[in-house]
Design a binder for this molecule. Structure first.
Ligand SMILES: *[C@@H]1O[C@H](CO)[C@@H](O)[C@H](O)[C@H]1NC(C)=O
Ligand SMILES: *[C@@H]1O[C@H](CO)[C@@H](O)[C@H](O)[C@H]1NC(C)=O
Ligand SMILES: *[C@@H]1O[C@H](CO)[C@@H](O)[C@H](O)[C@H]1NC(C)=O
Ligand SMILES: *[C@@H]1O[C@H](CO)[C@@H](O)[C@H](O)[C@H]1NC(C)=O
Length: 412
């Protein structure tokens, strides 16, 4: 009898310590910024497609932390600021054109390094966004315009509101963005990609919806990145014109055949002409080309154009060039992200683990030539401008010798 009791109490003690260790390690994850590890776990457990652009790995903690309820916001802010200093303690700030961290902190009167990725749905922004978010001290604004649903914003009236949201967020001003927060309440993935914020607000959801907290949290970060798939480049001029913001823009382009293949079977896409009509996609590509030429002339060091295929074929070199353009130095965390995300293939729709040399050209073996021919017919001009070669017939398209990409220049 006694032995039995002992046995059960040992089991109980063992179980309890396992639980404590688990809880402890979850909490450690929360204060250590390891987005790659975090997202790998997420993808395994929560692979699903919701809106727009990506799989939305929303990680809902299974263990709740009474500790978090009592931890006040000041403490979280303090911890975060401490953590950023620690993570960047070996960073050479001369890469970012300043001497020290404080020069990049709004909170300390400095000016952060800000960048925006401009693209459209299914063009590789998830991967690129996560590369930049692997930088320590990065605040990832993710998609500020999710609430607009599946539409392209090409001008007034939507552009006025969209640009004002983008500008305010880049200034870490979340006041008055009620609709943004309301949308996020029902679509938590709006916040979960912002891993540094989510690390805290996943335990205390009201923080995710708190404009004042989000603003103060945001101001602690030296690097601010954003991705936008709903606004065309032409309109972004207004943001570049605002010298005070000092934003750099990356225009990410992808072969329309790859884009359309990737948009197939996406429920979010079917009802929206902006998403399923290749002629609209390609008209936007032409508009982006013209805008890129004009902006490169006006702001040669503020815009970089990048084709997704180049990123996939040589992620290391492309990332290095990109970081240099954005005034950021390579860090071990970015290297680690690249080494763990560029070769491994994980089943599932758009996990960022899939990027490899084959991904951008998958359409060649998946699409019917008839469909490709339709796309090419309406996209000929856009493809010509951006350096995408036409496939002549089915056997040409699937042949190993057919290289869909060629050189291109953006005429200024
Ligand atoms: C913040 O942390 C510092 C130590 O890094 C400490 O001296 C300070 O009292 C803390 N402030 C608050 C409000 O907790
Ligand atoms: C930081 O980088 C610059 C060049 O970008 C270099 O001249 C300088 O020596 C580096 N500083 C340190 C401490 O490594
Ligand atoms: C890219 O860089 C990572 C990290 O430095 C490395 O592990 C990987 O092998 C590199 N990939 C290629 C294709 O060079
Ligand atoms: C397909 O296109 C290639 C390249 O233009 C051409 O050489 C070949 O003859 C074509 N094949 C057929 C069956 O039309």
């Amino acid at each position: 009898m006694l032995r039995k009791v002992n046995f059960y109490s040992i089991c109980f003690a063992f179980g309890l310590s396992v639980l404590l260790i688990l809880a402890g390690s979850r909490y450690t994850d929360n204060i250590n910024y390891h987005p790659s590890i975090e997202s790998r776990r997420n993808i395994r457990n929560f692979l699903r497609v919701e809106d727009g652009d990506i799989v939305q790995p929303v990680y809902e903690p299974t263990v709740s932390f009474p500790y978090y309820d009592s931890m006040d916001n000041e403490k979280i802010l303090n911890k975060t600021s401490f953590r950023i200093k620690y993570d960047l303690s070996t960073y050479n700030f001369s890469h970012s054109g300043v001497q020290k961290l404080e020069d990049l902190l709004m909170e300390a009167g400095g000016k952060p390094i800000r960048n925006i990725i401009i693209s459209t749905w299914r063009s590789g922004t998830t991967f690129l966004g996560e590369v930049l978010n692997a930088m320590p001290g990065n605040f990832y604004h993710y998609e500020p315009l999710l609430k607009f649903q599946i539409v392209q914003i090409r001008g007034l009236p939507l552009s006025a509101e969209a640009l004002s949201i983008i500008k305010n967020m880049l200034k870490c001003n979340f006041d008055g963005l009620d609709e943004y927060f309301e949308y996020g309440k029902k679509h938590l993935y709006q916040f979960s990609h912002n891993t540094r914020l989510w690390d805290h607000c996943k335990y205390k959801k009201e923080l995710c919806f708190d404009a004042e907290f989000t603003g103060r949290f945001c101001k602690l970060f030296p690097f601010q990145s954003m991705k936008v798939v709903r606004v065309r480049l032409r309109l972004i001029q207004e943001i570049l014109d605002e010298k005070e913001l000092n934003v750099k823009v990356v225009l990410l382009i992808r072969d329309p055949r790859g884009v359309m293949q990737s948009r197939q079977h996406r429920d979010f896409c079917q009802p929206a002409a902006d998403c399923w009509q290749p002629e609209l996609l390609c008209a936007d590509m032409i508009s982006d080309y013209v805008a890129a030429g004009r902006l490169l002339k006006q702001y040669p060091d503020k815009l970089m154009v990048l084709r997704y295929e180049e990123l996939a074929l040589d992620p290391n070199k492309t990332t290095l060039n990109l970081l240099k353009f954005l005034r950021m130095g390579m860090t071990s965390s970015v290297e680690k992200f690249l080494s763990t995300h560029t070769n491994v293939e994980v089943a599932g729709v758009s996990s960022t683990f899939r990027i490899s040399q084959h991904v951008p050209f998958r359409w060649k073996n998946v699409l019917d030539f008839d469909y490709v021919d339709n796309i090419q017919e309406v996209c000929k001009e856009a493809m010509d401008l951006w350096g995408y070669r036409l496939a002549h017939n089915s056997s040409h398209m699937t042949s190993k010798d057919f290289n869909p990409i060629m050189e291109y220049v953006v005429n200024q």
